[in-house]
Design a protein around this ligand. Structure first.
Ligand code: SF4
Ligand code: SF4
Length: 356
């Protein structure tokens, strides 16, 4: 569309090493990490791909790297990598547990022009520490204060489950007291170590109630209260649903972004451990353009048992990682089936007949 700027991001897991061992973490295995030279070379390749799309399709793209881990502060050469990202013309953000953040590192991040830092917080002190280990909460809060003092846009992200569902008001109040710019929420995906927390995954009804609470909190809070979950796009829909066969919002996997793991593996999303190539030996642009997995995620007719015939497909498509984890629990390798937490799903016919 003329005048439209498209977002494109790479969630880049720089290392699998972490100083914590969170119960819900999706990291399960450890692999040979790319060196920072390899990482910078791969970043250059991604930047070339974006530049070629801009040239060939005459489109405007806003590219970003979201650096994560493991804990990205444990990556040797992190600051050099962030320099590379800047040279590549990408905006850069960091996703961290916050516990290793010092005043000095925060100032260096500021100097490097890091756009924002997302710090994980999984509940108020007792809940957070029960997931991340004793003392983690206070260390995280100290890290957040260093970031804020350095003038970095800082937000906290909560992985939502039955473990912390009852603390939403308190978490938003904490965000206000800390002075962060936003409190954001992601769904628990029962993969990796998160499989242990399978019983804590919200039911569709609980998820619908959660979206209502988010809306209430967002209306009355000094900080932004946000969930980027694709189902939130349906729950908070304001206006017409765009029709058509092309995704315009919703699940980003393979549509607006992709994940690169510490060993160079390319995946649609880190929570979907489906390797579709590796930046060490595959051309990134080709993988993005030709991967059958990515094309299936972009094609309505490849989905089945609900999302394919749902009128919200263009703006939602459910969380494909949750769909995959659910299918795997039943012994199937299927990421295109229903999102089992969808409150709007009975069958696609049910969704339309309910007039939602
Ligand atoms: S059926 Fe699929 S596309 Fe429709 S609302 Fe539910 S998850 Fe979203
Ligand atoms: S699969 Fe789930 S976690 Fe991954 S981009 Fe889609 S909605 Fe987000």
């Amino acid at each position: 569309m003329e005048g439209t700027t498209y977002d494109f991001f790479v969630q880049w897991h720089l290392t699998e090493r972490c100083n914590l061992k969170c119960r819900h973490c999706y990291q399960e295995t450890s692999a040979g990490e790319m060196t920072y030279e390899e990482t910078c070379r791969a970043m250059g390749e991604v930047a070339c791909a974006v530049q070629s799309w801009v040239r060939e399709y005459d489109m405007s793209i806003s590219p970003s790297f979201h650096f994560s881990g493991g804990e990205p502060l444990m990556k040797r050469g992190l600051l050099t990598i962030l320099e590379c990202a800047r040279t590549a013309g990408f905006s850069a953000s960091l996703m961290s547990n916050g516990t290793l953040m010092t005043r000095d590192i925060a100032l260096q991040l500021r100097r490097l022009g890091i756009g924002d830092v997302q710090v994980s917080l999984d509940g108020l002190e007792a809940v957070h520490d029960s997931i991340r280990g004793r003392g983690a909460f206070r260390q995280t809060l100290r890290g957040i204060s260093h970031l804020l003092e350095a003038g970095i846009d800082t937000n906290v992200n909560v992985t939502i489950s039955r473990v912390n569902l009852f603390q939403l008001d308190g978490l938003v109040r904490l965000g206000e007291d800390l002075g962060v710019s936003a409190v954001t929420f992601s769904r628990l995906v029962p993969c990796g170590r998160g499989k242990e927390l399978g019983q804590q995954v919200l039911s569709p009804q609980e998820l619908a109630g959660f979206f209502d609470t988010v809306r209430r909190l967002a209306a009355g809070s000094k900080v932004a209260v946000i969930t980027r979950d694709p189902l939130a796009a349906v729950a908070h829909l304001d206006g017409e649903v765009p029709e058509g066969e092309f995704p315009v919002a919703g699940c980003a996997a393979g549509v607006f972004g992709v994940t690169i793991a510490a060993d160079g593996a390319i995946m649609p999303c880190r929570r979907m451990d489906l390797t579709i190539g590796n930046v060490r030996n595959n051309d990134f642009r080709r993988v993005w353009a030709e991967s059958p997995v990515l094309w299936s995620l972009r094609s309505r007719q490849e989905y089945h048992d609900g999302c394919d015939s749902c009128r919200y497909w263009t703006v939602c498509r459910g969380c494909r990682a949750v769909a995959l984890a659910h299918a795997r629990a039943a012994g199937k390798e299927d990421y295109l089936g229903p999102d089992p937490q969808c409150p709007f799903y009975q069958s696609a016919v049910g969704v339309v007949a309910a007039g939602l």
